[in-house]
Design a protein around this ligand. Sequence first.
Ligand SMILES: NC(=O)c1ccc[n+]([C@@H]2O[C@H](COP(=O)([O-])OP(=O)(O)OC[C@H]3O[C@@H](n4cnc5c(N)ncnc54)[C@H](OP(=O)(O)O)[C@@H]3O)[C@@H](O)[C@H]2O)c1
Length: 346
Amino acid sequence: MTVRVGILGATGAVGQRFIQLLDDHPTFELAAVTASEASAGKTYREAAKWRVDTPIPDDVAEMEVVETDPSAVPDDVDLLFSSLPSDVAAAVEPPFLEAGYVVSSNSSNDRMAEDVPLTIPEINPDHLGLIDVQRDERGWDGALVKNPNCSTITMVPTLAALDRFGLERAHIATLQAVSGAGYSGVTSMEIIDNAIPHIGGEEEKMETESRKLLGSFDGAELSLHGADVSASCNRIPTLDGHLENVFAELSEDPSAEAVREAMHDQPSADLHSSPDQLIKVFDDSEPERPQPRLDRTYANGMGIVAGGVQTTTDGVKYNCLAHNTIRGAAGASILNGELLVEDGWI
Ligand SMILES: NC(=O)c1ccc[n+]([C@@H]2O[C@H](COP(=O)([O-])OP(=O)(O)OC[C@H]3O[C@@H](n4cnc5c(N)ncnc54)[C@H](OP(=O)(O)O)[C@@H]3O)[C@@H](O)[C@H]2O)c1
């Protein structure tokens, strides 16, 4: 089966990752690339300042970039990946949905809307059922699916594994790579020889999105998970890969070994881009792992890596890591696209 796809915001940092990850995809065939008015009409090679570590695929380099408007995208495109700035996405995603397109979006607008699935296919695939609710409420034929923020997706699979011991509270401190802010997000004068203990809006996203992802859907309504989540976000001078220190309070009292086993056993999904082993867990013989430079490409950047698991007086503490522009952005949207196809929404 071939599904024709387009990318909204294809020239940006996340858009370029989409193009890299879609090259040679067994199901998705790239048929449209959009960007701002300033880029429309140019070839992709002319419009994009390419910064990914593999060359622009030849066929994409010569594609014409079109405006981000439904009339500019061919009707036979079945699925759109969106990597637009959130304010732009909030304005332009609805017309695409009204025109009947299915949109798998990275942008943070609408992630917490009650009728929008916020999905990690290995964790809460059943939340896609919200599409029926969304179509009823919004009256459109399209479907909007979101993936979470990059720092949220790094920790949620590990929290899902811990939930079998009764997750009550999680405190997280992040060490986030500069690519998460986009190419022009943090200047070299700000970040070299430095750490910045605040990332606007990020803490709230981690606190709210995680409760939605771990929540339950009864076929009509979604209930948020009851755990308290509090996050403290730090930008550090790594290029890619968010590292997080997690302190979790549990109603049960598992050993560190039982926690490592639960993480190791957390199921993956049977989708092309899912890792065979969702969470790779280092044991206490390597307490200095995971590290961004060494571990961010685990499972082609689609896996989660954990380590440093220790028990505390009221639960456990550990570290986890994921690649923020692959598992945390473009790869997450593509995986949601694969789930949409697998479940028959496309
Ligand atoms: N960077 C990450 O690690 C990361 C992780 C998770 C989620 N996200 C989210 O993903 C989205 C994209 O981030 P990014 O870092 O890729 O941003 P970016 O590098 O600034 O790229 C933005 C893209 O949107 C297009 N665009 C900008 N204004 C537009 C307009 N008015 N109409 C149509 N297209 C417009 C740009 O086209 P031109 O080239 O023509 O300007 C470009 O293709 C954001 O919502 C971000 O929060 C990013």
